[in-house]
Design a protein around this ligand. Structure first.
Ligand code: NAD
Ligand code: MG
Length: 386
């Protein structure tokens, strides 16, 4: 008989959060949901509370939390708000594992809180490692925290490393679908609308990561994430376009052998792997029909049409607070694009200009990283006006 794993989910109403609850809900004898945190979706959270009966929840806004309290009058659930609420969900004493699935920079502080509280962490929020990878991984090591990647590429790499010697790794090969504009010309990319960019060919995800997938910034963020998770230098992390999204990533070893992990593109796969580790949950995924898929193809990414990927590598080489600046400028530019205030190619323009104006410093504290993030948001907003 397995012991019940108690879960806190940060970002429970998002794409990853909902999939996580779907997986956990299939195994009520293995998982208990004890705490949930969401941003603004009070209705979605209410539904989840009624179904999963967590003991603690949190919403960003205090007045939304108050009105939820009135609606849930009689249910035994503590409802909190703001950053304190998020941290309480991350640190909750009963919790064994925290699923970090908030989108963007807002994920950093609660994820750090979970690590400092010694929880197992299933990490979907890649921005945490992009912003503060060195600090976060130092804390993970010092506290002997078990950190499981949820991002499909990193889950694939993690799975492809089992039973291998770290020193035998030659390089990591991260696959990318290429997004909806893989074959769009440079001129065509300037005309792209948010509605077009939100139509991803293979994956259904939150809006921000869907735009990141269309610009290839998502892959850039993943290169940085892989660098910190697996301690491999950027020169030995390659990206290859693989439009079918069947191979989720690979590890090449010193004898030239390459180990890949495959599966249908469905985040419930890597989520299940992280939740159940070291056991694989039976019946979560459908297998692969390779004959039906027919062929797996690969090509090089075009860094001229998709400069965001190049800028991510640049920021990693430059180090310090530069990746946090890249990340913040990207968040600002993506939001402007989604709001119709900026064009698709303004995204790389704003990121490059913000990076060029940044006076880089060592990223030696969370406070320092958050200061760089704030500075970059202001600068990116200024660049958007130009
Ligand atoms: P989403 O936009 O669908 O969901 C985000 C969740 O975070 C929601 O519950 C929202 O209410 C909450 N949230 C947003 N801002 C918040 C704030 N300031 N405070 C508290 N809660 C807040 O996003 P998603 O697609 O689920 O992605 C979540 C994270 O997982 C991202 O970092 C993304 O890069 C990563 N990721 C997602 C996928 C995917 O398939 N969706 C795959 C790999 C990695
Ligand atoms: Mg990914």
């Amino acid at each position: 008989m397995d012991t019940v794993r108690k879960l806190s989910i940060l970002g429970s109403t998002g794409s990853i959060g909902v999939s996580t609850l779907e997986v956990a809900g299939r195994y009520p004898d293995r998982f208990e949901v004890v705490a949930l945190a969401a941003g603004r979706n009070a209705d979605g959270l209410e539904e989840q509370i009624r179904k999963f009966r967590p003991k603690l929840v949190s919403l960003t806004d205090a007045s939304a939390a108050a009105s939820l309290r009135t609606r849930l009058n009689g249910l035994n659930v503590e409802i909190r708000s703001g950053i304190e609420g998020l941290i309480a969900v991350a640190e909750m004493s009963e919790t064994d594992m925290v699923i970090s699935a908030i989108v963007g920079a807002a994920g950093l502080v609660p994820t750090m809180a979970a690590i400092r509280a010694g929880k197992k962490v299933a990490l979907a929020n890649k921005e945490t490692l992009v912003m503060a990878g060195e600090i976060v991984m130092r804390e993970v090591r010092e506290r002997c925290v078990e950190l499981f990647p949820v991002d499909s590429e990193h889950s694939a790499i993690f799975q492809s490393m089992h039973g291998q010697r770290r020193e035998d790794i030659r390089r990591l090969i991260i696959t990318a679908s290429g997004g909806p504009f893989l074959d769009t010309s440079e001129a065509g990319l300037r005309e792209v609308t948010a509605a077009q960019a939100l139509r991803h060919p293979n994956w259904s995800m939150g809006k921000k990561i869907t735009i990141d997938s269309a610009t290839l910034m998502n892959k850039g963020l993943e290169v940085i994430e892989a660098h910190w998770l697996f301690d491999v230098p950027s020169e030995r992390i390659d990206v290859v376009i693989h439009p079918q999204s069947i191979i989720h990533s690979m590890v090449e070893y010193c004898d030239g052998s390459v180990i890949a992990q495959m599966g249908v593109p469905d985040m419930k796969g890597p989520i299940s792997y992280a939740l159940g580790y070291p056991k694989r949950l039976e019946e979560t995924g459908i297998g692969l029909d390779l004959v039906k898929i027919g062929s797996l193809t690969f090509r090089e990414p075009d860094l001229d049409r998709f400069p965001c990927l190049r800028y991510a590598y640049d920021s990693l080489r430059e180090g310090g607070t530069m990746p946090a600046v890249l990340n913040a400028a990207n968040e600002v530019a993506v939001q402007a694009f989604l709001d119709g205030r900026a064009g698709f190619m303004d995204i790389p323009r704003v990121i490059r200009a913000t990076m060029d104006h940044h006076r880089n410093t060592a990223a030696d504290s969370i406070e320092g990283v958050l200061n760089a993030d704030r500075w970059a948001r202001e600068e990116a907003n200024r660049q958007l006006q130009l």
